[in-house]
Design a protein around this ligand. Structure first.
Ligand SMILES: C[S@@+](CC[C@H](N)C(=O)[O-])C[C@H]1O[C@@H](n2cnc3c(N)ncnc32)[C@H](O)[C@@H]1O
Length: 270
């Protein structure tokens, strides 16, 4: 069988497919984020970095916030403007962005978008950009994979994960293999897509930074943030999932990591 390697990402190139593969009909991620923002008294201006299809940005907009959604993928932004209107959508790179100084009360970064910062320089670039964008006392809310989960556990690495679903009448099958690159501190993903439409299989590779809770705490402190919450759930992608009324946990052992941090109350960084 021939496999075509692709530099594109089938999911971010096809936002409808993304929402089909990763449905969130109850807008749990947006509701969880709004709950964090309220609990810590965030003001109304929110930047959603790595906003993807825009569904979380639109949920925050519906909750009364003034939202900017930012992403690197033009396809995602185009989809968001049509299907999840309300927020303003702009193209920006989370490795380093300048959308104004002190103009947001919160930056949110959901579903591991932060882990597309692979290197220390990219993480520093992201946090320095957040610091510039936030007003004094502004919040950073992020939700992602937990690097610490992979210490001593191999259940997600032992066998490929296979998912099948139907989109626009075509059955798709994705086979995802995860490997740990200890030197780069990355979780590398190889995903092979097949469909019953007769197309050649497509192989796509991507990676997430394996970020550890105490490393994240240290990085946030170095960039002027005080950590208010750092825990493994409940959250929008935990099992069982978060619902309104549940308090944040205290452990960082399971496979998702949730962080809420506040920028110190000084003037925004130069
Ligand atoms: C896993 S999706 C998450 C989307 C959305 N936050 C959600 O929770 O549904 C990751 C998103 O990050 C975006 N992304 C990847 N690298 C990026 C970068 N360097 N700057 C901005 N966005 C990026 C992708 O285009 C994609 O939309």
């Amino acid at each position: 069988m021939t496999t075509t390697a692709s530099a594109h990402n089938l999911l971010t190139d096809n936002p409808e497919l993304y929402e089909t593969r990763f449905p969130d009909p109850e807008r749990l991620a947006g509701r969880w984020t709004e709950d964090c923002l309220r609990r810590h008294g965030a003001g109304p201006r929110v930047l959603d970095m790595g906003c993807g299809t825009g569904r979380d940005a639109a949920r925050l907009h519906a909750a009364g916030r003034r939202v900017t959604g930012a992403d690197l993928s033009e396809a995602m932004l185009a989809h968001a403007r049509v299907h999840h209107p309300g927020p303003e959508y702009v193209r920006a790179d989370l490795h380093g962005f300048d959308l104004g100084r002190g103009v947001y009360d919160a930056v949110v970064c959901l579903d591991s978008a932060l882990l597309y910062c692979h290197t220390n320089d990219q993480l520093d670039g992201f946090l320095a950009s957040c610091r510039r964008a936030l007003s004094p006392g502004g919040l950073l809310v992020a939700e992602m994979r937990n690097g610490a989960y992979f210490l001593g556990r191999t259940d997600l690495l032992d066998a490929p994960a296979v998912h099948t679903f139907v989109w626009q009448g075509v059955r798709y099958r994705s086979t995802t293999t995860l490997t740990v690159d200890r030197t780069a501190q990355l979780l590398r993903r190889t995903r092979v897509w097949t469909s019953d439409g007769g197309r050649e299989p497509v192989e796509q590779r991507s990676a997430w930074r394996l970020l550890f809770p105490q490393e994240l705490r240290h990085l946030l402190g170095a960039h002027g943030f005080e950590v208010l919450e750092l825990h493994d759930g409940p959250g929008p992608r935990t099992e069982p999932a978060w619902h309104e009324g549940l308090e944040p946990g205290r452990t960082t052992d399971a496979d998702r990591l949730h962080v809420v941090a506040r920028l110190a109350g000084a003037a925004p960084a130069p």
